[in-house]
Design a binder for this molecule. Structure first.
Ligand code: PLP
Length: 375
């Protein structure tokens, strides 16, 4: 067995070799500031253009619709805080109970400091947001609907295009936090019919601290970070060329290899669960059949997910109990609560999220380790 098995890919992923290689020139000799007009800046400027084009192509957008940010948290905050600044009469926000805290706490901020009305849509026991819930909740005072494309704790994929159509029928803008989906399932912004989409490179084998926000052409959102003229005057700050290039390389690689990786991850899931079955381990898998491949939320009723996670850690296996951002919070996660899991089941929940570098040997070892801990 390997000395360390990493199975928390929904928290972050290993940088791919291709992404690392693509970054090196921009961290070494080609350190020019991409916004300068002299010849030493020509290559970094071109690298930014090429990266923007690669990313746009991967999600069915045009390069002018891609804005580089520091990651998912910033992209989400930009939309939640600014998308309806120009619409004082209809600045209410409708979102869901299972969003990442980068959305929920940005909404809480808006409620507290700007007095906005925030509504949280409930979810089904499989964490699906029913379109009827949005139809019932939305009113003319709401200017923005924000629903994640895939949930980070249970992997459930949401019916985004249907929800976006409803928002548009009510003259509201639509944002999706696609941080867990990009690079893992096919994403096309036109098919999804969204106005904004957030993404983060470290979730798809790119570097940390970099991401992008898709803003549909013609949609007007005030700049988030004021300063220089970078990112078409909408997001100031010297461009992080190496990370942007690494992000584009990682996304391109994941999108090209997606069918193969998806099939492998679904095979590893099946293998893992069948091992638990043959070892007579009793468990419940949470979430919906339509989910991010490799993301498994598993409950062992009556046991402590926290304790299982720590015992696995001692055995050299990294998994989590919920989202990484919740790892200091030992209470039941807001997602499992929204799914109305019984407390004893919710407390015994762990998230095992497999990625492109996991092997059959890894999942066999994780299943055996869980069996040992439980017995
Ligand atoms: N949104 C979702 C669904 C996430 O899973 C995460 C990270 O866990 C974020 C947003 C935050 O992204 P970042 O780490 O790039 O700030």
């Amino acid at each position: 067995m390997k000395s360390h098995i990493y199975a928390d890919n929904a928290a972050t992923t290993r940088l791919s070799d291709k992404a690392l290689e693509s970054m090196i020139p921009w961290l070494t000799g080609e350190y020019g500031n991409a916004s300068q007009s002299y010849s030493f800046s020509r290559k970094p400027k071109q690298a930014l253009q090429e990266s923007r084009a690669i990313i746009a192509e991967c999600i069915g957008a045009t390069p002018e619709e891609i804005y580089f940010t520091s990651g998912g948290t910033e992209s989400n905050n930009w939309v939640i805080k600014n998308a309806t600044l120009n619409k004082p009469g209809n600045n209410g926000i409708v979102t869901s109970q299972i969003e990442h805290h980068a959305v929920l706490n940005a909404c809480e901020f808006e409620k507290q400091y700007r007095g906005r009305r925030i509504q949280l849509l409930p979810v089904s026991k499989q964490a699906i947001i029913a379109p009827e819930e949005l139809i019932n909740a939305i009113s003319p005072s709401d200017g923005l609907v924000s629903v994640m494309l895939a949930n980070n704790e249970v992997g459930t994929i949401e019916p985004i295009s249907i929800l976006a159509n409803i928002a548009h029928e009510h003259s509201a803008l639509f944002h999706t936090d696609a941080v867990q989906a990009i690079g893992h399932i096919p994403v096309n912004v036109k098919e999804l019919n969204v106005d904004f989409l957030s993404s983060s490179a470290h979730k798809f084998n790119g570097p940390k601290g970099i991401g992008f926000l898709y803003i549909k052409k013609g949609v007007n959102i005030p700049p988030y970070i004021a300063g220089g003229k970078q990112e078409m005057g909408s997001r100031a700050g010297t461009e992080n060329v190496a990370s942007i290039v690494g992000m584009a390389a990682a996304l391109e690689e994941n999108v090209q290899e997606m069918p193969v990786i998806q099939e492998r991850l679904l095979h590893l899931e099946t293998l893992f669960l069948s091992r638990l079955d043959t070892m007579d381990v009793t468990y419940v898998r949470n979430g919906a059949p339509s989910h991010i491949p490799g993301n498994m939320s598993i409950s062992f009723s009556g046991l402590e997910g926290e304790a299982i996670m720590h015992r696995l850690d001692l055995m050299g296996i990294s998994i989590s109990t919920g989202s990484a951002c919740d790892s200091k919070n030992t209470q039941i996660s807001h997602v499992l609560k929204a799914m109305r899991l019984e407390e004893s089941v919710a407390k015994g929940t762990v998230r095992i999220s497999l990625g492109r570098y996991n092997t059959e040997e890894d999942v066999e070892a994780i299943a055996a380790a869980i069996r040992k801990i439980i017995s």
